[in-house]
Design a protein around this ligand. Structure first.
Ligand code: ATP
Length: 202
């Protein structure tokens, strides 16, 4: 799965629409302290479904919206669009007939986040699963934040295992297992209700 383009609008310091083409090979982003290099990496994580404000260095999810500056008012929404080369057809069925797919996440103040997959509305889960199954995603070990290497060295074995599971592309299975368990519980409860009704009728 190859990312080819990242577009930001109102995301953190990127108040004006910004278009970043990601060419083949190595891409380097250089700039002075505070110019927004880490914000770009966070935009990538965010569009892939990151939902922890702390991972965005904020107190709440709306902190990703441009907060205003001396000469510019705050924005009311932030949007990030990620374009992916889908020539390997890794996108979920129903969305898998095109060579390029576009994932858009938009957050509006007091209205939360909405996701689109090739202009179709989708759930956060759909986007998170797509990336988890492709061994990438908001918590991918391929995205290394500042301070993460020393955190990793000092981490407990359980946290290190999570990183290996992400890399192996099996982290999406935990979510699916959890959902299957919820369904199973629901079915068991329904069955016991049926038993009660049968008993009353007998
Ligand atoms: P360094 O090299 O020091 O790590 P960097 O290039 O990675 O810096 P970032 O940390 O990505 O820079 O960007 C920090 C800048 O983003 C700060 O100037 C901060 O004020 C700005 N910023 C963060 N969130 C917002 C927001 N919601 N609205 C406006 N500006 C923001």
């Amino acid at each position: 799965m190859r990312f080819t383009r990242l577009r930001l609008n109102g995301f953190k310091s990127f108040v004006d629409p910004t278009d970043l083409l990601i060419a083949d090979g190595l891409t380097g982003v250089v700039g002075p302290n505070g110019c927004g290099k880490s914000n770009l990496l966070e935009a990538l994580r965010w569009v892939m479904g990151e939902n922890r404000p702390t991972a965005m260095r904020g107190g709440g999810m709306e902190d990703v919206i441009f907060a205003g500056a001396a000469t510019r008012p705050a924005r009311n929404f932030a949007e990030v669009c990620l374009t992916i080369d889908n020539s390997e057809r890794l996108a979920p069925s129903g969305f898998n007939d095109q060579d390029m797919v576009e994932i858009v996440r938009r957050i509006t103040r007091d209205a939360g986040s909405a996701y689109k997959f090739n202009t179709k509305d989708v759930r956060a889960r759909d986007v998170q699963m797509l990336f988890a199954d492709a061994s990438t995603g908001s918590q991918s070990p391929a995205l290394v934040r500042q301070g993460q290497i020393s955190e990793l060295i000092n981490a407990k074995p359980k946290s290190r295992r999570r990183i290996l599971e992400e890399a192996a592309g099996i982290s999406g299975l935990y979510q699916r297992r959890h959902e299957a368990e919820l369904k199973l519980n629901g079915a068991e409860q329904n069955l016991s209700r049926v038993d009660d009704v049968v008993e009353q009728l007998a």
